[in-house]
Design a protein around this ligand. Sequence first.
Ligand code: ATP
Ligand code: MG
Length: 183
Amino acid sequence: MRFSRLRLTGFKSFVDPTDLLIQDGLTGVVGPNGCGKSNLLEALRWVMGENRPTAMRGGGMEDVIFAGAASRPARNFAEVALSLDNSERLAPAGFNETDALEITRRITRDVGSAYRVNGKEVRARDVQMLFADAATGSHSPALVRQGQISELINAKPKSRRRVLEDAAGIGGLYQRRHEAELK
Ligand code: ATP
Ligand code: MG
């Protein structure tokens, strides 16, 4: 699976619908301080099911909604849509019927988050599993936050093992085992 497009609407500083086309090869995001580079990566993490407000530099999950500026009122919802190229049909079972997948997450004030895959409503867990099985996802070692390297060096063995498991693509198994243990 390959990321092909990220669309943000009302997400943090991206108040108007904004498309980021992700082409083959390396994509660089450059711009002055505060222009929204980190917000773009947070949008990617968020649409894949990130549920910790702290990972989004916020106090609560609704802080991702455009909060208003001098000339623009605040919004009531934020939406991020991630398009995936699945022409090689590598998506996990249940998501592997189409050449393209669009995962959408929308948060509405006082309502919470709703997820869709190709327009059909799904649970947060379904989206998290989709990416965990594909060895991407919001906890994926492919997404390295600032400060994360030193965190990893100082981490307890258990959390370090978790990173290695995600890198090996067995993060989905770990999540399922964890759920089974809770039952
Ligand atoms: P740097 O180069 O300093 O790392 P950056 O390009 O990564 O900067 P970001 O941190 O992505 O910039 O963007 C910060 C901007 O996003 C700030 O101007 C902040 O006010 C704005 N912002 C964050 N959350 C919201 C929100 N909910 N509503 C409106 N604006 C927001
Ligand atoms: Mg930044």
